[in-house]
Design a protein around this ligand. Structure first.
Ligand code: A2P
Length: 274
């Protein structure tokens, strides 16, 4: 596994371990410890996943030096605004028992008004300047949410984490991010499991002697996005790292890119009410 460079020069491992829907407690501790043992060094959590304490616990128990790890967490929607973002960040650090966060993201844009996003961002910039966050980013932002932020940001977002998998590519957002040197991270790169029975993907995966999950993760990387597969199952956690020993042909990439929409979560940033 290699590192990618973010637009502020920070290195980020090219696959991260997702923890959305991983229950707090023993399950999360075991999943993250297993991932760290198998060689993941990049863990993605969020305040709203309510498993930050378990992620922190697993990180400490792994004995891996902090500087060898890349940890992401996210500001939840109820905590938007300057003061509340500062407080929420302190609470996340406390739960994770860490001294700094590698990447801190605004979890969802305020879709009615850009002001709260901007106020949160000002708090992010303060924490960045204090060295408490190494890179700043957003999640689920579309170009119309990113534009006002880019207009005012002193420190540009380095990452936008969006739903991205075969059958759901959000082309306009990905192209916008590419132009602005914002790395796209893929949440639910396996479509939350919904796309893993697809016969088209199965046929292509078989050509390479790989699972559909591996095909999806490799496809993310070849399209320049950084996948964050989630699993609580040791064999799958391991399987999801074995994606660097094959190359999807240009023809197959095009075929997967052209698949009609399927497997979408239904979460539309402008319509969600959380
Ligand atoms: P589990 O956690 O029970 O192992 P996504 O990352 O797109 O959100 O997908 C996560 C879902 O896909 C989870 O239900 C997870 O199940 C399942 N999953 C993760 N990796 C694999 C894999 N290699 N093969 C099959 N299912 C997988």
């Amino acid at each position: 596994m290699q590192n990618l460079k973010l637009n502020n020069g920070v290195s980020i491992p090219e696959i991260g371990f997702g923890t959305w829907q991983t229950p707090d407690g023993e399950t999360a501790v075991r999943a993250v410890k297993t991932a760290l043992e198998y060689g993941y060094t990049h863990i993605d959590t969020a305040a709203c996943y309510e498993n930050e304490a378990s992620v922190g616990h697993a990180v400490r128990e792994s004995g891996i030096p902090r500087e060898k790890l890349f940890i992401t967490t996210k500001l939840w929607n109820t905590e938007r605004g300057y003061d509340s973002a500062l407080k929420a960040f302190a609470a996340s650090l406390q739960k994770l028992q860490l001294e700094y966060i590698d990447l801190y993201l605004i979890h969802w844009p305020d879709n009615k008004n850009p002001e709260p996003n901007i106020a949160s961002w000002k708090a992010f910039e303060k924490l960045y300047k204090e060295g408490l966050i190494k890179a700043l980013g957003v999640s689920n932002f579309q170009p119309r949410h990113l534009r006002p932020l880019l207009d005012m940001a002193e420190i540009k977002p380095a990452v936008n984490q969006i739903e991205y998998h075969p059958g759901y590519r959000q082309e306009e957002t990905v192209e916008f991010c590419r132009k602005h040197d914002i790395l796209v991270e893929a949440w639910s790169p396996l479509g939350c499991g919904r796309i893993l029975q697809d016969s088209n993907l199965r046929r292509i995966a078989q050509k390479y002697n790989k699972s559909i999950a591996q095909l999806c993760l490799r496809w993310c990387r070849q399209n320049g996005t950084l996948p964050l597969p989630k699993s609580v199952t040791p064999e799958r956690i391991k399987e999801n790292l074995r994606v660097f020993d094959f190359e999807i042909s240009a023809e197959d990439m095009q075929y997967i890119n052209d698949l009609p929409q399927f497997g979408w979560s239904g979460l539309e940033p402008d319509k969600v009410d959380f």
